[in-house]
Structures are given as structure tokens and as C-alpha cells.
Ligand binder design. Structure first.
Ligand SMILES: [Ca+2]
Ligand SMILES: [Ca+2]
Length: 280
């Protein structure tokens, strides 16, 4: 099973050996679960004024938007835990008993029993030291359930892109394939090498990197973010945006504002999360 959000060229998935996986986990100590210095994360939102904005990846299109606010950072494990505590919500992955995780090596994505938002690397993993990391292994339905509880909603695809661009119109025909230096993506050639130049193999605590021009963190990288919209008229896939820690230049150069990722709404991956928006 390919991660729909990995996009990029075909690659035959081969099962990683146990030894191979172990080696990758060893190198991961700097990434998933590393304890960030204690700091207070403000869960506020950023205002985006009404307007007609130019967006698009290869081609300009106009998006007419009403004013809205969007979360400054991806929804964290701490926030999602508050939701689950208040509602006893059970996620899609918990109901199904399995979810999609990447365990290093060239096995691509594995449907792992016991993987869910509390166990983002499967059984034996936890989020004890990852309260301020983005929640992962949440389906599109889970993201919507959280948003409803919070009195919010998922941003539309256009809202997400306008916010990510932060007022800078797209420059067409200038896609840089190289990984951006100021966000959590995959540096090096996937899958053989992750240089960890950004310090993280998996997720980073939100707000670990500089914000964009309007104060939004991790719009690009860290985790893909579900949006409200269907990918096309077939309505079977939902759009996610921004790329993730899994995106490398050779496999998934999706770490840009205009790139349209897609995934079935009931799939949960450990590189996909979300943030919320609210209409003014
Ligand atoms: Ca990284
Ligand atoms: Ca992100």
C-alpha cells in the first residue's frame, strides 16, 4: 500500500527486515518523542482578511474568501487528548485496530495492528513525551469530529493555501525540488538516508521552526494537514496540504504551498494531522 500522500514515482514496497527497522529506530532518538524544552504553546488563531487571492501550483486561479481565522499550529496530542477525555471519542484507527505507519527502511507504509494516535509507531510506542507534537493517525472523520467539538471546522483547501502563502502570490514555474531548510521534512535520499539536518525523523513539537509571514507554524512540513475539501468530483478522496516529515526531494517533494495531497478519508497515517479554522 502506497501512502497516497507520498505521491511521487512508483516504488515497489519491500518488507523491511527486523534488523533494518531496528537500525532506523536507533537513529530516531533525536526525532520522535525527544523531550522539547518546556515552553508554553499558545493555542490561538491567526486572522486572514477577506479578499480575492491568487493561488495554484502550476496555474493561477482566483479564490474569493470571506474572512477567517486559522490555528497558529497543528492540533497537538495535548489538544486531541482533551477532546477524547471530554467526549470518549474513538478514532477510526482504534475502531479498525490498525493504521498506516512508516517504520523506516524501504518498506514504505505498513498497516500495523495496534497503531493509533496514542501509539504512533505501533505497540510499544507512546506519546508521553510528545504532548506538543501534532496528533497523527487521525482520519479525516476524526479531524472533523475534533473540529466540531472545538466549535471550529477544517479549513477549505483555498483557505489553507492562502494562509500558507501569507500574502505572497505564487511564483509559477519556479518549483524548487530541494527541501526547504526551515521546516521538518526529510533531508537526504529516501529511503537510504535521512541526515536529520532539521533534527527530527518523525514529528517535531509544533512551533519548532520559524513561522510564515503571518505567524503560522509548520504549514509546510511536520505533518500533512487534512482540509475540508474533496480532491475531485468523485468525492472519494480528501485533500491534505503541506507535506510532512516523510517528504524528501527524491520521493515526495510536496513541501510547497500549492501542492494538492490526497488520501481516502478513512485512512490514518503517522504523517498526517490537521489544524482548524473558524469563520469570522
Ligand atoms: Ca526531518
Ligand atoms: Ca504541517
Amino acid at each position: 500500500m502506497r501512502n497516497w500522500l507520498a505521491v511521487a514515482g512508483a516504488l515497489v514496497a519491500a518488507l523491511a527486515t527486523i534488523a533494518g527497522s531496528a537500525a532506523w529506530f536507533e537513529r530516531d532518538t533525536v526525532g520522535w518523542g525527544s523531550a522539547p524544552p518546556p515552553r508554553r504553546i499558545a493555542d490561538d488563531m491567526v486572522f486572514v482578511p477577506a479578499g480575492v487571492y491568487t493561488i495554484g501550483d502550476d496555474q493561477a486561479r482566483q479564490a474569493k474568501l470571506a474572512a477567517f481565522r486559522i490555528d497558529r499550529h497543528e492540533v497537538t496530542n495535548r489538544q486531541f487528548a482533551d477532546f477524547v477525555r471530554a467526549t470518549a471519542y474513538v478514532t477510526t484507527a482504534e475502531r479498525e485496530g490498525s493504521a498506516w505507519i512508516y517504520r523506516g527502511g524501504d518498506a514504505d507504509w505498513s498497516y500495523v495492528r495496534g497503531a493509533d494516535w496514542r501509539h504512533p509507531l505501533g505497540p510499544g510506542s507512546d506519546i508521553d513525551r510528545a504532548r506538543e507534537h501534532p496528533v497523527v493517525l487521525v482520519s479525516w472523520y476524526d479531524a472533523n469530529a475534533y473540529a466540531r467539538w472545538a466549535g471550529q471546522r477544517l479549513p477549505t483547501e483555498a483557505e489553507w493555501e492562502v494562509a500558507a502563502r501569507g500574502g505572497v502570490p505564487p511564483q509559477f514555474g519556479t518549483h524548487a525540488n530541494a527541501a526547504p531548510a526551515t521546516t521538518n521534512v526529510w533531508q537526504g535520499h529516501w529511503p537510504q538516508r535521512n541526515t536529520l539536518a532539521d533534527g527530527f525523523f518523525y514529528t517535531a513539537p509544533v512551533e519548532s521552526f520559524a513561522p510564515n509571514r503571518i505567524g503560522l507554524y509548520d504549514m509546510i512540513g511536520n505533518v500533512w494537514e487534512w482540509t475540508a475539501d474533496a480532491y475531485d468530483t468523485e468525492q472519494t478522496l480528501r485533500v491534505a496540504r503541506g507535506g510532512s516529515w516523510f517528504c524528501s526531494a527524491n520521493y515526495c517533494a510536496a513541501y510547497r504551498e500549492g501542492f494538492r495531497g490526497k488520501s481516502p478519508p478513512d485512512h490514518a497515517f503517522n504523517n498526517v494531522g490537521f489544524r482548524c479554522a473558524i469563520s469570522e
